[in-house]
Design a protein around this ligand. Structure first.
Ligand code: 5RP
Length: 150
């Protein structure tokens, strides 16, 4: 699995730890920034770049990391076709994939220990979409709204 990562300063250390953990699990990790720690940097460009990469790389997943993960998830969701979910527990990590077919996860590095955050990422990356018709139907309804907006 190819996993596109992005983080601002708040998630910078976790991004590196996550990249190592996912690579050790056999995943191919692509880093969309920040390339260096900058305590005053802004997350949108990194997260949008990662989400665009996921959009252009079907079958891949993305993880965007910040202090809370909220703004990172919001930025990723601006990319057409992307479903980004904030994952903050093992259950939301699993359900983001099983029910929502989210291709991007937001994680708050200030909300979890590094080990707990890595566990969330591993669950997200390792869980397939259920393909259950009721979940497919709901995802299609959201996509139809998106398409109608143009
Ligand atoms: O989580 C985030 C956005 O949702 C950011 O990482 C967070 O807002 C950065 O905060 P600060 O600039 O105060 O370190």
């Amino acid at each position: 699995m190819r996993v596109h990562l992005a983080a601002d300063h708040a998630g910078f250390e976790l991004k590196a730890a996550l990249a190592d953990a996912l690579a050790a699990d056999g995943h191919e990790v692509v880093d969309h920034g920040a390339a260096a720690y900058d305590a005053d940097d802004d997350y949108p460009a990194y997260c949008i770049a990662a989400a665009e990469a996921v959009r252009d790389d079907p079958g891949s997943l993305g993880i965007v990391i910040g202090g809370s993960g909220n703004g990172e998830q919001i930025a990723a969701n601006k990319v057409e076709g992307i479903r980004a979910a904030l994952i903050h527990s093992t259950e939301t990590a699993r359900l983001a994939r099983e029910h929502n077919d989210a291709q991007v996860a937001g994680i708050g590095a200030r909300m979890h220990t590094p080990d707990a955050a890595i566990e969330l990422a591993r669950i997200f990356v390792g869980t397939p979409f259920s393909n259950n018709p009721r979940h497919v139907r709901r995802i299609e309804q959201v996509a139809a709204y998106d398409a109608a907006r143009g």
